[in-house]
Structure formats: C-alpha cells, structure tokens
Unconditional design. Sequence first.
Lengths: 490, 251
Amino acid sequence: MRPRIQLLSPELIGRILREAFELLMNPGVRMGSAPVVELLRSAGVEVGVANNVANNDGVARIPEPLVRQCLASAPRDFYLYNRQGEKAVHYGGDDVHFDPGSCCVQVLDPDTLEARQSETRDLVRIVQVAEALPQFAAQSTAVVCNENDAPSAIGDLYRLLVVLQHSDKPVVTGSFSAAGLQGMIDLLAADSGSPENLRQKPRAVFDVCPSPPLNWSEFGSHNLLDLARAGVPAEIVSMPLAGGTAPVTLAGSVTQHAAEVLAGITLHQLAGPGSPIVWGGAPAIFDMRTGGAPMGAVETAMLNMACAEVGKHLGLPTHGYLVATDSKFVDAQAGAESARSAMLGALAGINMISGAGMLESLACFSVEKLVIDAESIASAQRLARGIEVSGESLATAMFAQTGLSGEFLKLKETRALFRQEQYLPSPVIDRSARGSEPPRDVFTRARTRVDELVSKYQKPPLPEDVLRRFQDIVDRETQRAVAAAALPRN
Amino acid sequence: MCDGSQCYDFPPGYNARLIVLIPRLISQGGSVSDPLFGAMLQSIIDGSPDKAAELAQQALANGVDPLEAVNRGFAVGIKFAGDQFGCGEMFLPDLLASAEAMKAAIKILEPEMLKRGSQREALGKIVLGTARGDIHDIGKNLVATILSASGFQIFDLGTSVTPEQFVAKAKEVDADIVGVSALLTTTMAGQKAVIEALDRNGLRPRVKAIIGGAAVTSKWAAEIGADGFSRNAIDALELAKNLMGKGTAQA
C-alpha cells in the first residue's frame, strides 16, 4: 500500500471545480494579447472590449463545455527524456520527482554567510551537484547569472545553455519574455537533433505563469501558445497568494488556482491539441506581517497538495513548489520547513516538486542546502514507498535460521534486502558515534559533500556540431535581443 | 580514518561497479595480475563464502602457494571491503559477508599452509568479551569477525565476562591485546574493572587494553587508562594493528 494524504473530499473537489468554472464566466479571465483574443474568439469565446487598447487586452468568458473539451485533449501523462533519449521523468499517476528550485538571483556564500548576486559559476556548481544526486530526476535553470559578462538580454537562454552544457538530465526551465522562448526551443531542438526529435522525446518542460488573479498576460499566454505549437511540454505555474492576490481561505485560493490553470489549458489545447501540459503551481499564503509569500509555511504546503489533488481528479500531470524555506541561513528552520514539505509533497503524489536548495522565500539559493534537501527528499521518497512485503513469510523464515541467536546481521536476507528496506544516507546525515575528532554540524558536512561531488563531476562530452549550433543560436538571439532593447518604448 | 583516497562513491547497486574496479585494484596491488587472484578478491568483495572456498580449492589443485593466495588474492579483498566500509560505501551486512567469505577461504587453505610450514603470520593474539553484566554482543562479534578475517588470532570469551576471566585467558594464551565491549553506560564500569585487574596482575603495559561500545568515548578511554578505543569494527582493526606496530600509521 502506497501511503497517501488527501486534504479534499470528493464533494469539496466538486465544489472547487464548480466555482472555478463560474469564475471563468464571471468575472472571466483577462487576456493580455490580440492573438490570444483572436484564438479564443475563433473558438466561440466571448471576449469583452479591451480595457487597455494599447495592450489589446480584454476579458474572456470561457464556457465550461469548451474547457471540458480542452481537458479531454490534454494528455494524461507524458515523459521527459535525458540526453541519451531514455525516459527519465514520468509526469502522470502518483509518480513523484524532485528538481532544484528555479530562478534565484542570489546565492548564499558559504564562507561569508551573506547573500550575493548569483553568477555563472554558481549555476555550474548547482548543476554539477544536482547531476550527481539521484534524488533530483531533473535539473532546473536554478539561478540567474548576473555577472557583467553574462549577456543579460538573453539571460533565460544563457541559463538553459549552461545547464545543457553541464547536464544529461531533463530540465525544468522557463523563458523571461514572449520573444525569448523561441531561442530556447531552438537550443533544445539542437540538443535533441531536430525539432521533431524534441517533440517526440522532450528533454525540458517550461514553466509558464499566469498573473493572479485570473490574468493571462501577453508574455505568459504567448509562451503557452508557442509551446503548444512546438509540442514542448508546458507547466502552468499559477501562484495565488491566499489573502493577498487570492481569497484568504485555502479552499478559495485552490479555486482561483483551478480557474487560472483551466483557462491556461484552454488556450494551450486550442493552440496545440494533445500537447503535453502540467497542472502546476506555486501557491502560497500571504504573510500578514511581512506581506511576503512564506514558502515554508505549512499552509503553503497544504495549498500545493490541494491544488495537485484537483489536477489529479481531472487526470492531469501535476507540479508543485515545495522543499523551500523562508530562513536566510541553512539552519534548523530551513531543515524543518524543507523536510516537512518534501514529505507532504511526496505523500500527495505530486509528479514534479520544485524548490529544493532555496532560501529566503525563493530569493536565494544555497547549494549546501541542496545536498541537505536531497537527504530530506530521499527520506520522503522512502516514506512514499511505504511498507513492502518481500518473500512468503514476514519473520518466521528468518527465525527458522537464527533461532534465538539474534544473528540477523549474517542472514542472506539481510544483505539482500537492507538496501531497499532502509534509505542509506550520505555523510551529510550524522548518525555516527562520538569519536575522537570533534563532531561537525550539518552545514559543515554539507560543504564537504558539495566539494566532493564537484570534484568527482565529469562534464558530458557534446558533439562539436551541437556546440556550433548552440553558438549560432546564442549569437542570433543576442542580436535579436539587443535590437529589440534598442527600439523606442512608448 | 577515511581520507577519501579509497572512496569511489558508488551509486546504488554497487556490485556491478566493483567488477569495473578490479583492474584498478589489481594495478594498485601491483603483483596481483593472475586472474585467479582477481577472482579471489572479487569473491571476498561479493561476500560469497561458497565462491571463495571453491577458488581456494582451485588454488590448491593448481599448486598455488596458499600464502600467496591469501596475500595476493583474498586479503586484498578484505582490505578493500574494510576501506569501503570506512568510506560508507559498504555496510555491516556486506562487511560481515566479506569476513565470512574470508574465513571460508582460510579454512580450506590452512591445512596446506601448516603442511608447508608457511602459516600466515598472526598479527597478534586478542582476547575479547563483553563487560560483566552486559549481554549485548553484536559489536563485539563484528570486531571478532573482522579482526579474525584480517589475520588476528581471536579468543572470544563471549558475554558478561568477569575481570578474572579476562586476566586468566590473557595469561593462558599470552595475549597481546584484551578488548572489552560495553553497550550500556551502567556496564561501562566493567571495562574499568578489567583494566584494573590487568594492572593488578602485572600484565600491562605488555598486554594492551582496548574498549568499545555505543556509549564509549575517547574521554572515557583516557579516564580509565585504556590503550585505545574504537567506534566500529574497522576502526578496531586499525587500532589493533597500530598497537601491534603493524598499522598503516607506522608503516
């Protein structure tokens, strides 16, 4: 039996969806661009007169039958593949995977314990460490590279390039603009050999975010459409803040989340029926002291679990944002919050759980935290496997061999089964007896572990022609971005 | 004890990787070039007593010097297993299985070694037991198995051993080392009693006293005047070798 936690009764899921469908009609969903409005109108959706003519936005009232039709064409599951073309992540069912958090602009310097701007070397180090840890089924474009020499106009493409150069694993990524996406898709297609290969065996999933409440901006909605047409998986990361940008009740925020994601799936499936799409999110409560989004709060975890439950009810692959903390240091608060939400996410059966390594409510990344989180994740994965029965007897056959001698350590069964019965932690977790050397705290042990993993890392060899194509794409996109930045804004 | 130089950081399912490592081990051992010796050390790493015994038989049938078989084959395997345990790559059941495989091989080879007068030189004689009142012997048994497999001659007095019994056995076998294990804080006093008894009988400092157990610390070892303590069976092996002047530290 696989242990599960469910927070919503079937009746409550029914109510959430009923109200979400109501929200899609009233007040409706703001759509931020003319092509999206056109797409919806051609599907018979009534889109109101633009409030802001310059942005061509308008409020769409999306009827339930159209949404249901789009839900029906969305795949129930799909895979992400590694560079070798092997299935590496299964988005679907109750399979649970983890990837590091995304898009930090700062890292915690382990020497000074101060947050500083993240740079390329930080992203490389994070990728090197995550590459070695089986707890992470996928990489993420974890930090923004801020140094002066990193081309900021193509910051999103550059991050993906760095990850592809250093990893064989699938990647959870995202673009920073509507125009930036195509370069990233091209980069992945170059890595896969062709756009068709990428479509057949996608290596990356793109996070696409609506703006709460009930607003699909030009950037987000264009990304959805482009991804759907390219057949590259999209992950809708709706992030209501309960009490701030969404109803204060958890149930109310889950309802808003459902409406935003349903609207996104409708756009996506209208543009590319059958294209892979994930019911994802980064919902959180709104902190009533700081006005921030406390990622370590238990209610934030509850929101992620409940949102995923609704997605599962609809038969869709799911995603959530957990294993993060609000602490500024890799301390007891960081450990408690991250381990707790890793457990909860795993027990909720969320297909992809992003967020490991992140501090300060997603503002700062620590690679030392990443290796500690990997231990929490492994424990969560162990818990989610539950208690298994191997062999015909539970204990009697082993006692038949040992009698009352107590010599279980010598049994063949012990040696054959201990690795699956027990998760065997890395030295990041201290279980040793006190020795003659002074004991070290978890941060110190994590630093040692990071250094070890980095020293053993081997960069994957990439064919020359792929590297050349990468360079061509980067050159082209740099020119495009620089030209676009030079255009006058009005 | 692990400086990282022997660590290979195996992923789960390490046995497949060990096969890859054999050539490297052989090159490190220098002289281990015969495939038979390679198979011997693999049988120890795999913890397969049947395979180890079979290879020992094969060695005898082929006229291989049994001492050579131990030193260039089986013993390289047990050393490797110990290193991997120290690095956290192998675990207690693996280590125990390796030791059992070693024992199985030695059992086959020993008569021939005796016949040839080329008996493997014992690293030392060690009397072991748990402290009076303490019946917990998993740790002590592990130490006995590992030390024995590594070439020490072990005299295991079992559980709840009195200081007098330790002293009598040490005298009887002319022991080099006496090891006292205690799990409980309440029975740790028994370790002190054994050391005092060894002193009273004039056996120390020639006979070294070592202690171990979950609650034992270096502080306690110093307080009761022990010659050393260890946290686990592999540390105990290193400790015993050092006390005999045969450890890597002295090499």
